[in-house]
Design a binder for this molecule. Structure first.
Ligand code: COA
Length: 364
């Protein structure tokens, strides 16, 4: 058995075959088409494989991503394409690969690692916890919207610059290049809808579907609330069946408008998150508390296997990394997770949770 290690360039073709066989044997495209910025030769140093003399047995990939937030930048190691061939499961291969990935994520200075899964217990063993807020809005009936002069188009060949400009207005989003945007637009089964003013200005965009995933989900969107509601109403009619809008909890304008139209919100999690650089991350939170609210006595620290947080002399201790992940990223307020008394609650609820979001195209 060899690994965990990054594949060599000459192994890349075999790796793609391995991933397609194990993850996409029904679809008419390759998994690399669905993750065009992660599963590439340029990112080969961020793959980890285990293999025997004949073939690749297990894999995972890291996509380092910079997330712009209202409070500053977060460096995030997104993990994906975690898979072991069927005959070699339950021998610890994935765990070994993932531990090595986490080492690499740490050494690349990422504040956190994130992944999307329904195997919660498997990842909890590695210190991941469900965290971050995600709101789902199920559009289960046609929306009644005021008449609009907006022209709605479904075509992935669009004005990428205009899309890019609207995307850049998000308060929380990954730093993408125009080239990455163009790659995302080519993902199979990913449909872009755009709304244009009579003057030819892009007012809003929304994307549904992504390869075999997120069918019936609007997972990327941007623009004005009016434009988005017109788009969503149009998409609902086009699909002739329910469609779900996925939104960060902080996108209150859109959420409120849809709720006013009788749409129910369902609270969920952004993903499973693990802290990979506690000192760097806590320093960012402490600095932000000072700069934004003038709070100088907030404490968050990690020492000898335990986490400490609090205000002044009111310190709390936990050995569970998951407690700190949920404190930092929510979705609940700190006081809803643990009642730390009125004084500490007031401070913690002011500075946390940190608004964090990863749009659908960036998930790996
Ligand atoms: C999920 C998946 C990647 C796990 O791969 P794996 O190599 O079997 O994983 P591991 O062997 O490391 O761990 C699996 C289990 O074996 C156990 N295990 C770990 N080391 C072991 C060892 N030396 N001997 C026996 N069992 C072991 C683990 O504790 C784990 O138990 P759990 O399910 O109770 O958590 C694999 O089942 C798979 O490819 N599934 C299909 C694709 C998929 O769903 N990917 C996940 C997307 S997020």
């Amino acid at each position: 058995m060899e690994g965990p290690r990054a594949p060599t360039t000459s192994e890349f073709g075999d790796l793609v075959k391995f991933l397609d066989t194990n993850l996409r044997n029904q679809s008419g495209w390759s998994v690399v088409d669905e993750y065009p910025t992660a599963l590439t030769l340029q990112n080969i140093h961020n793959f980890r494989i285990m293999r025997d003399q004949e073939k690749i047995l297990s894999n995972a990939v890291i996509k380092p991503t910079i997330i712009k937030t209202r409070r500053g930048l977060l460096k995030v190691g997104c993990l994906g394409s975690v898979v072991t061939s069927e005959q070699h499961r339950n021998q610890g291969l994935s765990q070994t690969v993932l531990i090595d990935c986490l080492e690499s994520i740490k050494s690349q200075g990422c504040d956190i690692a994130i992944l999307w899964t329904n195997l919660y217990d498997f990842y909890r063993k590695l210190g991941f916890e469900l965290a971050g807020g995600e709101v789902s809005l199920l559009i289960d009936k046609p929306l009644t919207v005021p008449p609009t002069t907006l022209k709605i188009i479904q075509n992935n060949k669009s004005d990428t610059q205009a899309l890019f400009r609207l995307y850049s207005q998000h308060s929380v989003s990954s730093i993408r290049t125009l080239d990455e945007f163009e790659k995302y637009l080519k993902i199979p089964n990913s449909r872009l809808y755009t709304a244009w003013t009579p003057e030819g200005k892009l007012e809003a965009y929304a994307v549904e579907g992504k390869g075999v995933d997120l069918q019936g989900y609007i997972h990327e969107w941007g623009g004005t609330v009016d434009g988005l509601v017109a788009l969503i109403a149009h998409m609902r009619i086009q699909f002739g069946k329910p469609v779900t809008v996925i939104s960060p909890s902080h996108a209150q304008g859109l959420i409120r408008r849809l709720e006013e139209m009788g749409i129910k919100r369902v609270e969920g999690f952004l993903g499973m998150i693990k802290i990979t650089n506690p000192f760097g991350l806590f320093a960012k939170v402490i600095r932000n508390a000072r700069q934004e609210w003038g709070i100088t006595n907030f404490i968050m620290d990690y020492r000898e296997g335990a986490y400490y947080y609090g205000v002044g002399d009111n310190l709390f201790r936990t050995e569970h990394e998951g407690d700190i992940v949920r404190l930092l990223f929510g979705p609940q307020k700190p006081s809803q997770i643990h009642d730390a008394g009125p004084e500490v609650n007031a401070v913690l609820d002011k500075i946390l949770p940190w608004e964090m979001w990863i749009w659908g195209w960036d998930s790996v």
